[in-house]
Design a protein around this ligand. Structure first.
Ligand code: BGC
Length: 752
């Protein structure tokens, strides 16, 4: 009897098992090709379920299909660390205690490393943290080109050069996505300023569009295979970028064959018909003003929610577009939320901390170093005066959507004390008061930066300390408050705020051993540059900020960062301000346009392709510091460049090789930069354009050959008449150097 029972229950289990086996639906079956799984899932979904998965259900998540076990998608900013948890339908904090993370250096700093490997470890580390936090999509990286130093969001981007940005963005994407977390490369496209970001229509010629502003996005989707891309707020050809026929359908999905998901920027969707037809797939953050602001059914009233459903039900639109969007969103789910092979992730691992520090120290740029003022010579230094608010101010809180809740942030003063404190006395004075805030959407820095003394008193104290000390480190620059480096509004002027210029001048008179450390994501005017021996450009460096700055000041890390954008002497030397329109057309500005979403202002990029060094070079306007500039504590000598051929045909490649020697006493790294100059062209071209680079590590006295290979794409320009890239036969020059204005060796070659 017992035997019989056992047998029966075993048989029962087996039938249940085989029953379950047989029933595994295709869409859940890992062994089936993903296209088949998508079609199967699609065929099981009701119209309402399809509509449901193409719009948000909360601030940062979108619906899944609960009935079918298809999970929700969870997104998070982006791009410098994983943003903390906010309430379901508010920007305020959800109050979790397990959502603090490592802040990685801002993307300007990453770009300044000119090191693809840094980008790769950045992506890997960030992706692991996103995984651990259960995120499916990271809202970044940002690759909008640096057009004007006033753009409040430049710190989130990678500079003025399309080639550098393209090269740096791809490894970041691959690093993140290896974790089963999608990137959302943003903001596509032409969101090059914050003022009027919702209500400006960008007008530019096709050459500027294709040669300057689009290449990083193209690289991100074609080479990086970014699974999502985020539309922008601004308008192009009169349509908002997040549902834009030209940008999304014609270029992204048409010319580039993009198969991933177009996500709207938060609140960038404004029209159901355009959202259906103009390339958008997934709607987020819509302001429901006029729809159902603040009510619980706000999400159902999104443009791609009930209004879309009603149109389909009434027969006014078909389901072709809907199915395409759903297929794309399901495809994303299979790579992320439904991906069973993704790693578990980790937060603040030793590797993450090491990565944050290495990227930060490699990104710092030594702009000037007269009389070898840096590194600080400890044998001659008994007392160091650290001056400036940015030495004690947390920078990870603020600036907009990239604001973070960090496990820790080492402040510059603490880093300096930790590194130098045992050997020397380190004293501090504030010097100026800038921003005493420290709260972003409820994430609090916990710092009390209130100060009641007058500016004169603060300066007097700083100057006194400077006089009494052997070395002065001034740490200033911008910060993440409104109208500095912050989202939503641009800077109001090019100069340093809070009267820092005056303070720096006073300090330079008080002590000749002075290092100015600028913490910013933008270029600033430096009227005191001749009075100050050494200047370091330190970006927003994240959790390891203080350690990285101290390591460079001490010479533990030899600076090897190079500027990812030009620093003009004055604002008018920048092409957008000299030639183009900013922040919009003057007459329209005067008429009050741009205040309303429905009344956008035009911004014409009259400067065309002449952005950044392309402008400085071609017009011979000397910048304060050039694109690609960055010094080292050692020196590098370049040999004569050789090419493996003197002529190439359209399908050929050509390799340039140069020997680089570390001729100083310290180990260091040099970024060897290759620029191409088209000696004769039917259309105007910049004097030269970056088309290759390599970072080479050299011990003191060591030398290495550096080779860079290019093909015809490096010689091409975009011909608007042909609507295609064209490489014209003729003579070119390969220029190799240490910055865009420090060319060390060159060679001619011919395209047959
Ligand atoms: C920003 C995006 C960000 C989103 C979500 C928007 O305002 O422009 O970059 O990812 O908010 O926070």
């Amino acid at each position: 009897m017992i035997k019989k029972l056992i047998l029966l229950s075993v048989l029962g289990c087996m039938t249940q098992f085989s029953f379950a086996q047989k029933k595994t639906p295709v869409y859940l079956d890992d062994s089936k090709p993903v296209e088949q799984r998508i079609e199967d899932a699609l065929s099981r979904m009701t119209l309402e379920e399809k509509i449901n998965i193409i719009h948000a259900q909360s601030k940062f998540s979108s619906h899944g299909v609960p009935r079918l076990g298809i999970p929700e998608l969870w997104t998070a900013d982006g791009p410098h660390g994983v943003r903390s948890e906010v309430l379901w339908d508010e920007w305020d904090q959800a109050g979790w205690t397990n959502d603090s993370i490592i802040a990685y250096p801002a993307l300007t700093a990453l770009s300044a490393t000119w090191n693809r490997n840094m980008s790769s470890i950045y992506g890997k580390s960030l992706g692991e943290e996103a995984r651990y936090r259960g995120k499916d999509v990271i809202l970044g990286p940002g690759v909008n080109i640096y057009r004007t130093p006033l753009n409040g969001r430049n710190f989130e981007y990678m500079g003025e050069d399309p080639f550098l940005t393209s090269q740096m963005v791809v490894p970041y994407i691959k690093g993140v996505q290896a974790n089963g977390v999608a990137t959302s490369v943003k903001h596509f496209a032409l969101n090059n300023q914050e003022t009027f970001r919702h209500s400006s229509n960008v007008i530019l010629d096709d050459r500027a569009l294709y040669e300057i502003y689009l290449p990083p996005f193209k690289a991100a989707v074609q080479e990086g295979d970014s699974w999502t891309i985020m539309g922008a707020y601004d308008l192009y050809k009169g349509q908002h970028a997040s549902h834009n026929q030209y940008l999304l359908n014609d270029i992204l999905k048409g010319e580039w064959g993009y198969k991933g998901v177009v996500v709207s920027d938060w609140g960038a969707v404004l029209d159901t018909d355009q959202a259906i037809h103009n390339g958008l797939d997934l709607e987020f953050g819509t302001w429901t003003n006029g729809l159902s602001k603040g009510t619980s059914n706000a999400y159902e009233n999104y443009y791609l929610a009930k209004p879309y459903l009603d149109l389909i039900k009434s027969g006014k639109v078909g389901t072709k577009e809907l199915d395409d969007k759903v297929r794309r969103v399901l495809g994303l789910a299979y790579k992320t939320s439904m991906n069973k092979n993704k790693p578990f992730g980790s937060i603040a691992s030793e590797e993450h901390i090491a990565a944050a520090k290495q990227i930060a120290s490699e990104g710092i740029v030594l702009l000037q170093n007269q009389k070898a003022t840096l590194p600080i010579n400890l044998s001659k230094t008994k007392k160091i005066a650290v001056i400036g608010e940015n030495a004690i101010k947390m920078m990870t809180v603020g600036g907009g959507s990239s604001s973070l809740k960090v496990k820790y942030e080492t402040l510059p003063l603490d880093g300096i004390k930790e590194r130098f404190g045992k050997q020397t006395e380190v004293v501090y004075a504030r010097g100026y008061v800038g921003d005493v805030g420290g709260d972003y959407n409820g994430v609090k820095s916990g710092q009390n930066l209130k100060e009641t003394r007058s500016s004169a008193e603060l300066i007097a104290e700083a100057v006194k300390l400077a006089k009494e000390s052997d070395f002065v480190v001034f740490v200033g620059g911008l910060n993440k408050s409104d109208h500095q480096d912050a989202e939503g509004m641009d800077r109001e002027s090019y100069g340093l705020p809070y009267d820092q210029d005056k303070l720096i001048s006073e300090l330079s008179k008080a002590n000749k051993n002075l290092a100015v450390v600028l913490v910013s994501g933008n270029a600033v005017a430096m009227p005191w540059i001749k009075e100050v021996p050494s200047v370091l450009q330190s970006w927003y460096l994240g959790s390891e900020s203080g350690h990285a700055i101290a390591a460079v000041l001490a010479g533990d890390a030899n600076p090897s960062g190079k500027l990812p954008f030009s620093f003009p002497v004055k604002l008018e030397d920048n092409s957008a301000h000299a030639l183009g329109e900013y922040p919009g057309n003057k007459a329209e500005l005067a008429a009050g346009k741009g205040k309303d979403l429905k009344d956008p202002i035009n911004i014409t990029y009259n400067e065309g392709i002449f952005v950044g060094y392309r402008w400085h070079d071609t017009k011979n306007i000397k910048p304060l510091f050039s694109f690609g500039h960055g010094l080292s504590y050692t020196t590098f000598e370049y040999g004569k460049v050789k090419a493996d051929k003197s002529e190439l045909t359209a399908n050929d490649k050509i390799t340039f090789t140069v020997n680089v020697k570390n001729t100083g006493k310290m180990n260091g790294a040099e970024v060897v930069q290759l620029y191409i100059s088209d000696l004769k062209s039917s259309l105007p071209r910049p004097l030269k354009e970056l088309k290759g680079f390599d970072k080479v590590y050299l011990k003191a006295g060591e030398s290495k050959d550096v080779s860079i290979t290019i093909d015809k794409s490096a010689l091409s320009f975009f011909d608007p008449a042909k609507h295609d890239w064209v490489a014209e036969p003729g003579d070119f020059e390969a220029l190799i150097g240490s910055s865009s204005s420090d060319i060390r060796t060159k060679i001619k070659f011919t395209l047959k």
